[in-house]
Write a protein that binds this ligand. Structure first.
Ligand SMILES: Cc1cc2nc3c(=O)[nH]c(=O)nc-3n(C[C@H](O)[C@H](O)[C@H](O)COP(=O)(O)O)c2cc1C
Ligand code: SF4
Ligand code: SF4
Ligand code: SF4
Ligand code: FES
Length: 597
């Protein structure tokens, strides 16, 4: 990038892509050429910057100016003002909602202040389709070091000492996993990357592959060398077209540069990578199901042992790691295990990427050091709860996780603390809920997902989860009993203890954690037939307040079932037996005479 006067980095991640970032890039290129500035200014399409809430993002180097919510029509002004006259376009800078100050550089924006980007180090900095840009930021230096040292166990020891644990959910120590796979003798072994990412709302792995595919390729080659595998496979969902495109481009470039293929860097080590596509089943993220799916079989899990390291793809020893786990590897080798293990908590080292979503001001992709508190993530990085509402719960761990309340906000985030609190790290989904969320409905939402995604192989999951879902449905319809609550608890425990794979073993977690933390809310639904958050339609009652009603008749005319009666200029009344709770009258009344109880 050094030869250009300015580098214009435009986010090419899926979120910004959907908000016309391609057109923004096209406009920059065309206008710069028209103005004969194309030799002075380079335009680069990067991976996600993380701050998707404010996308499309345009960053200008060398002055680090960070423009937010840029539209194709803004390009002219950015070139005329910033590039030509060196004056920043104030109206496109981020405005701090607390101080109302314009922030020129992303490092002064609250969203970024407490973040530490290791796995995402290159996302938003380089053109993911340029191997040269990756190499310019130490890319493939770790592979060169490992191959030159030619001591797989020494590299495994570095990963072991770094304390890196698998980012795919389980948190298994990566170095130990590699060591086990390295010790199994076989004529062929496989290094597999799990890029299935099936959690609803998660996009950590997709963003890494879209923004920095070479980091995963380099790490897979290092891992392959360590365990004695010459073949790598990336299992990626077909719904990730941009990530697939960038990965394919990166693999082709690595082959061209001799960084994949035969005799890599003259070391005698052969390694190449192929892609396998998933059809989007959540269970196919589970490693044994993933391997079966890659073999062309039904994506169903099998009991472990045997573990993939013993009998994996095509019955050969295989090592499965998550995308984010891989993305950490080259930096650990380049900077040393001491550096990495100094970040985080005693048993959870390094950082974790989260997809921050829900009722929060700053939705996006964040990477934070382990040990940061939920409060820091929600209020400092996330900018607090939307529309000034009250925080109610945060859901971590995706469909297998749990909902944590206010009392856990100061808990340092790590694998063990989240489990102790009744949730889990999972692969990095983090959904924040405000006071308007009904926690019984939240549990029902996740159960509906797991019922849909269960492969059906074992009865506790196939039948048990369906029954759990039906009980939750009954409760939200106001038909639940105290016996149902007992049944929910008992059945959840049985499913956890008896299901075959991780999907079933964790699927009751949203139910159990909401029962633990929001028992009153369950009781209100069952005993009082009320939804405290006012979300369960069947439990809503629309009432006309006699004193407020002026008898304008607007509500009666809007009611689709004729449930409202009353004389003109006289208070009206709703017949609760007929009302279908559509809310039309509530919307229509201009006198705030209708309330929801
Ligand atoms: C139902 C289910 C879905 C899973 N989905 C994923 C996934 O999408 N991505 C992933 O990396 N791991 C997923 N896992 C965990 C994998 O089985 C496996 O532990 C992981 O890929 C290992 O990589 P790691 O050690 O680097 O975390 C899932 C597990 C279960 C039980
Ligand atoms: S627990 Fe569910 S997803 Fe796992 S094997 Fe049993 S039925 Fe299939
Ligand atoms: S719209 Fe409001 S004020 Fe008018 S009749 Fe209905 S409840 Fe009364
Ligand atoms: S909620 Fe719908 S059905 Fe019920 S009274 Fe109002 S308009 Fe009629
Ligand atoms: S996709 Fe552009 S900032 Fe995330």
């Amino acid at each position: 990038m050094a030869n250009y006067k300015y580098n214009v980095l435009v986010c090419g991640g899926t979120g910004c892509h959907a908000s016309q970032s391609e057109t923004i890039i096209g406009n920059f290129k065309k206008l710069l050429t028209d103005k004969n500035l194309d030799n002075d200014v380079q335009v680069v399409s990067t991976g996600c910057f993380g701050f998707c809430e404010k996308g499309p993002i345009v960053k200008i180097l060398p002055d680090n100016t960070f423009y937010v919510s840029v539209k194709p029509g803004d390009v002219d002004e950015i070139i005329a003002e910033h590039i030509v006259k060196g004056r920043k376009v104030e109206r496109l800078l981020y405005i701090d909602p607390k101080t109302n100050e314009h922030k020129e550089d992303s490092k002064h924006i609250g969203f970024y202040k407490k973040q530490l980007r290791i796995a995402l180090r290159n996302c938003g900095f380089i053109n993911p389709e340029s191997i040269d840009e990756y190499i310019a930021r130490d890319g493939y230096a770790a592979l060169a070091k490992v191959l030159e040292q030619n001591d797989p166990q020494a590299t495994i020891d570095v990963i072991k000492k770094s304390g890196l644990r698998g980012r795919g959910g389980g948190g298994f120590p990566t170095g130990l996993k590699w060591e086990i796979a390295s010790k199994n003798k076989a004529d062929q072994k496989y290094m597999i990357c799990n890029a299935d990412e099936g959690d609803p709302g998660a996009f950590m792995d997709r963003s890494i592959l879209e923004g920095d595919p070479h980091s995963v390729i380099e790490a897979m080659a290092i891992g392959g060398f360590c365990i004695g595998a010459t073949k790598g496979l990336v299992y990626i969902r077909a719904e990730y077209p941009l990530a697939i495109k960038r990965l394919k481009t990166a693999i082709a470039q690595s082959r061209e540069y001799g960084l994949l293929g035969k005799n890599i860097m003259g070391s005698g080590f052969d390694f190449d990578i192929d892609l396998r596509y998933g059809a989007g089943a959540f269970v196919c993220g589970e490693e044994t199901a993933l391997i079966h799916s890659m073999e062309g079989k039904r994506g169903e899990p099998t009991f472990k042992p045997p573990f993939p390291a013993q009998e994996g793809y095509l019955k050969k020893p295989s090592n499965v790691n998550n995308v984010e786990t891989f993305a950490n590897i080259p930096v650990i080798i380049n900077k040393g295990w001491e550096w990495f293990s100094a970040i985080g908590t005693e048993k959870s080292k390094g950082t974790k990427v989260f997809a921050l979503a829900g009722q929060i001001n700053n939705v996006g992709l964040i990477e934070v050091p382990m040990g940061i508190t939920l409060r820091e993530v929600i209020y400092e990085i996330g900018g607090g709860i939307k529309n000034g509402k009250q925080f109610k719960a945060v859901q971590t761990g995706g469909p297998s996780g749990g909902c944590l309340t206010e009392k856990f906000l100061d808990t340092p985030i790590d694998y063990d603390n989240l489990i102790a609190a009744g949730s889990m790290m999972g692969s990095g989904g983090m959904i924040v809920m405000d006071e308007t969320s009904c926690m019984v409905s939240v549990a029902k939402f996740y159960l509906e997902f797991t019922v849909e995604e269960s492969c059906g192989k074992c009865s506790p999951c196939r039948i048990g989860n369906k029954r759990l879902f039906e009980i939750l449905q009954k409760i939200t319809q106001g038909k639940g009993t105290m016996e149902d609550l007992d049944l929910l608890k008992n059945l959840s425990k049985v499913i956890k203890d008896t299901a075959l794979c991780g999907l079933g073993q964790t699927s009751p977690n949203p139910v159990l954690s909401t029962i633990d933390n929001f028992w009153d809310e369950y009781l209100a639904h069952v005993m009082d037939k009320k939804c405290p958050a006012g979300q369960c339609k069947a439990l809503k009652r629309y009432i006309i307040e006699t004193e407020e009603c002026i008898g304008c008749t607007a509500c009666a005319r809007s009611c689709p079932v004729g449930a409202i009666k009353g004389e003109k200029k006289m208070p009206h009344e709703i017949n609760q037996d007929i009302c279908i709770k559509c809310g039309a009258c509530y919307e229509k009344c201009k006198f705030n005479a209708i309330s929801i109880k």
